[in-house]
Write a protein that binds this ligand. Structure first.
Ligand SMILES: NC(=O)CC[C@H](N)C(=O)O
Length: 506
């Protein structure tokens, strides 16, 4: 057996965190470990060598120090509307999934997921798998291939992570155990309590009782880890770098960055690197006044450019963007946000797949879904959507500063006139910048040079802090802190022993 499955009593219980920390802790012990999540539901993704995967699995691969591949997250579901989601299978688009199909229409996805697990199992010593949601969702059990369905397929031991912060952790561990059928329950070996603050002595009798009732092992209690968070599956959980005290405070007023909280935002992890920079303060907002005041406004990526553009107009943020442009104040559009800044958007792809499920167009949008839509008109750009998705990892430079980005989009740009300046794959006109590249801001030299220019445009004295740690270094430090906590607070030996059962247990 070469796998272990980490499931949770609910979404956000800390499965990703435990898997990431375990990947690093086991790697430190010299074990060749790979992460795996059969199916991830997220709009935060990353382009790796063979396609697109969830951001969380990408980070887990970084923690495991292995090359990330689409085998690590063979099925990625990107929510479109309430009833329809886009499917990414082995890194490539694979149509949509309707809500009604969720329980029954995923047979081919299950087959691909199992195949991917086998690939990883053959190539590594141990595969640390992350479940999704909770195995207590027994209504989904028949079509399941990410929780107990996966464990059963491969006879894998299962550990349950419970979130004590949201309350009811004893009941949810006991309830999860009680809801499983005998065969599934046989694979559930124990639990981990996550996000604990307080006196362990007070908690202990509760855990003893749970273990008595269920026979489950207690693999440890993980403290609330201040200053540790991961690239969220949740679209707008900006890394709280400053709260974590990872960066020194600046004496002067911070360079204020406002990121527009687009309703269908995707890949907003782009702004994490800005939030990590000393003297830069990032706010996510839908308030036009905050957008107007900021030194830099960011229009992030979106999986529904035209719908979110209509939303932006309905909130009056279009006028703020125009006023900023006229006043020489910087705005950066990334991917969907870049597309909005252009003159014309011709979309017969995205609107058809996001708008029609409700049967009526989103507020403020043209009822004729295929009609070309005027953009904010600040950049000489036309965007035509194609059914084929661009997935790429481009390298480039701006003003001699190298960077690497990743691209995930259906829209294809055409430049209509010479801009003031070329910017990566995109352009700048006056103080307004745009690029299809995600991730470019993670590269320290490039980010700091570009922010210096933005500060100048804003008339702000911000300059990079000498010898401030880079973004990659901060992320690495966080993974190490997490792995330390896993080693200190969880029984890693016992978890490992689950994957090497004694002959009697076999
Ligand atoms: N990642 C993005 O922002 C995508 C932009 C847009 N939805 C497109 O597909 O072209």
């Amino acid at each position: 057996m070469t796998g272990i499955l980490v499931t949770g009593t609910s979404s956000d219980a800390g499965k990703s965190l435990v898997v990431t920390g375990l990947c690093r802790a086991l790697r430190r012990r010299g074990i060749d470990v790979a992460p795996f999540k059969a199916q991830n539901m997220s709009n935060n993704s990353m382009v790796v060598a063979d396609g697109e995967i969830g951001r969380a699995q990408y980070l887990q691969a970084v923690a495991a120090r292995v090359e990330p591949t689409t085998a690590m997250n063979p099925v990625l579901i990107k929510p479109g509307t309430d009833r329809r989601a886009h499917v990414v299978l082995r890194g490539q688009p694979d149509g949509t999934l309707e809500a009604g199909q969720y329980a029954t229409g995923r047979g081919h996805l299950a087959a691909a997921a199992f195949e991917s697990f086998r690939e990883l199992e053959a190539a590594h010593e141990l595969v640390v798998c992350e479940g999704a949601g909770s195995p207590a969702e027994v209504n989904l059990r028949s079509g399941d291939y990410v929780n107990m369905g996966l464990a059963r397929q491969f006879g894998m031991p299962v550990v349950l992570v419970g979130d004590i912060d949201r309350g009811g952790v004893l009941a949810s561990i006991y309830g999860t155990w009680a809801l499983l059928d005998d065969a599934d329950r046989g694979l559930l070996k124990g639990y981990v309590i996550n996000k604990f603050r307080g006196d362990p002595e007070v908690l202990a009798p509760g855990l003893t009782r749970i273990s008595e009732l269920t026979g489950l092992a207690n693999f440890g209690v993980l403290n609330w880890l201040e200053g540790v968070w991961l690239d969220g599956e949740d679209a707008l959980a900006i890394g709280a770098w400053h709260r974590a005290g990872t960066t020194p405070h600046h004496a002067e007023r911070a360079l204020e960055v406002a990121v527009v909280r687009l309703p269908r935002v995707s890949n907003a992890t782009d702004v994490d690197a800005l939030a990590a920079e000393p003297g830069v303060h990032v706010t996510v907002t839908a308030d036009p006044a905050v957008c107007a005041r900021a030194d830099l406004l960011v229009l992030p990526g979106t999986r529904a450019t035209i719908d979110d553009l209509a939303w932006l107009r309905a909130r009056g943020i279009d006028r703020v963007v125009a006023q900023r442009h006229a006043a020489g104040r910087a705005t950066l559009g990334i991917c969907g946000g870049y597309q909005m800044l252009g003159k014309l958007i011709v979309d017969e792809v995205e609107q058809a797949s996001t708008g029609s499920a409700t049967g009526k167009p989103a507020a403020g949008r043209s009822p004729k879904t295929h009609e070309p839509v005027e953009g904010l008109g600040l950049l000489p750009l036309r965007v035509d959507f194609h059914p084929g998705k661009v997935l790429a990892r481009p390298t480039g430079s701006w003003q001699g500063h190298q960077t690497i980005g990743y691209e995930i989009h259906h829209g294809r740009p055409t430049t209509l006139a010479e801009p003031d300046e070329r910017f990566l794959d995109g352009m700048r006109v006056g103080p307004t910048w745009g690029t299809h590249w995600h991730g470019a801001l993670e590269h320290d030299e490039f980010r700091r040079a570009w922010l210096t220019r933005v500060a100048d445009q804003a008339g702000h004295p911000w300059r990079p802090t000498a010898d401030a740690p880079g973004f990659g270094a901060l992320r690495e430090r966080m993974i190490e802190t997490l792995a330390d906590a896993i080693e200190e607070q969880l029984d890693v030996d016992a978890l490992l022993a689950l994957t090497h059962p004694t002959p009697e247990e076999n």
